[in-house]
Ligand binder design. Structure first.
Ligand SMILES: [Zn+2]
Length: 417
């Protein structure tokens, strides 16, 4: 079939006015001016999207659909530690079926806002088989916490893989340095090397996390100490230093396949000058995920976008969960990012929800652009000719009008088509 639109934003060269994309099966086979593409594929069904702009489907590099039902339930708290207590209190009221409903509703919402690929952390990999039908491309990351049972790190990682391995795309997510032990991080790296899967974690998110690791003090330190965490790793290093150290001392890497490039690191708000020195020295860089609206909700320190970019880090955007955000719209994230960093070009911001997360998921050859051979994941939004195209895309506020995932047009409303 041929999909025509007023403009096609390919992220692979300049946008094509009066453009068309030819789709066969699950792939894009041609992109160009409508008259030329339609002449090449005469007789094919033509879907004319009129005055819309056709875009690559968006990629959410960090979210937790488990908590879709917590939207609006937790007001911003005095401290990050208070928020942890508040979400734990909310979670204690939920049953497994509530999480399943949350995940289903989260998928439907993400899709309505034009997300066609999602990196979703779940604390309940055992519930995935109960999810209705997964309507978009999903990387399932099992979120692992062993703060109360650090001797069970291997068992925890292995049983998560057992639950996930029938999924097409999956990975492991040791939650954060304050909740996941060194053993757990190291075991996850070993498993990732063996299975050739990705890893993600939360790092250097809050001032309190920095205080805990660097100074062995503060509300998070006290809270974690109270629940019985071994605090002997605190008071020596920043969170980033600790992360690099935990992984450096892991067992030799016999397969040599895993590198920092296989990590998606969420947050990185709290970095010292010495941390920047370490980041500069890294030969291969991990990928960084920033969640602008969740960041604002927590009032974290300013995200050092320009410094990370200058050091060669691939920065992506994510929504994080609805326990600290209002919706699963990546367009709302691009708007929030632009508000905080108006000097960054809209095209570069749009890369952070398309080509950059495609690279972070090691899918840069098939996702994030509209290009022959790439997966046919496409979305359309309304446009007016009077505005700069990328300016208009980044400022878009609403649900998409049309969506195709894997070469199949999908209804925006239904959760399971
Ligand atoms: Zn998160």
């Amino acid at each position: 079939m041929i999909v025509r639109a007023r403009a096609v934003v390919t992220m692979n060269g300049a946008p094509v006015e009066n453009g068309a994309v030819a789709v066969s099966g699950d792939r894009v086979v041609d992109v160009g001016k409508f008259p030329e593409v339609s002449a090449c594929y005469s007789g094919e069904e033509i879907i004319d999207l009129g005055e819309q702009v056709l875009l690559p489907g968006l990629i959410n590099a960090h979210c937790h659909l488990d908590y879709t039902c917590l939207r609006g339930k937790i007001a911003p708290q005095e401290s990050f530690t208070d928020w942890i207590c508040a979400i734990n209190a909310e979670k204690s009221k939920l049953l497994p079926q509530d999480y399943v409903t949350s995940i289903n509703e989260g998928f439907a919402e993400a899709k309505r806002f034009g997300t066609t690929t999602i990196a979703n952390l779940t604390a309940f990999p055992e519930l995935i088989r109960r999810v209705l039908a997964v309507p978009i491309r999903t990387w399932w990351f099992a979120e692992l916490i062993d703060v109360r049972s650090p001797n069970r790190a291997n068992e925890l990682g292995d049983s998560a893989v057992e639950l996930l391995k029938s999924e097409r795309n999956y990975g492991l997510a040791p939650h954060a340095l304050f909740t996941a032990s060194k053993n757990l991080y190291q075991h996850c790296e070993e498993v990732a090397r063996r299975q050739n899967i990705l890893l993600t974690t939360h790092l250097a998110e809050s001032r309190e996390e920095m205080e805990m690791f660097r100074d062995a003090s503060g509300p998070l330190y006290e809270f974690m100490e109270n629940i019985g965490r071994d605090m002997s790793d605190c008071g020596h290093a920043t969170a980033l230093e600790r992360f690099l150290k935990v992984r450096d001392s892991s067992t030799p890497k016999p397969f040599g396949a895993l590198s920092d490039n296989d990590w998606l690191v969420a947050h990185l708000n709290e970095l010292t000058e010495s941390d920047f020195g370490l980041l500069e020295k890294m030969k291969t860089k991990f990928h960084v995920v920033h969640s602008p609206r969740s960041h604002d909700y927590f009032d974290h320190s300013r995200f050092p976008f320009k410094r990370l970019r200058a050091l060669g880090f691939n920065v992506c955007l994510g929504t994080d969960s609805l326990a600290s955000n209002e919706s699963l719209s990546l367009f709302a994230e691009t708007r929030a990012f632009q508000l905080s960093k108006p000097e960054i070009s809209p095209e570069e911001i749009f890369e952070m929800v398309t080509v950059n997360p495609a690279s972070a998921l090691s899918q840069q050859k098939i996702l994030g652009r509209i290009r022959p051979g790439f997966q046919a994941d496409l979305i359309a939004i309304p446009s007016s000719e009077s505005r700069d195209l990328f300016e208009e895309i980044v400022a878009f506020d609403g649900e998409v009008d049309w969506i195709m995932v894997n070469g199949r047009m999908q209804s925006i409303q239904s959760t399971c088509d």
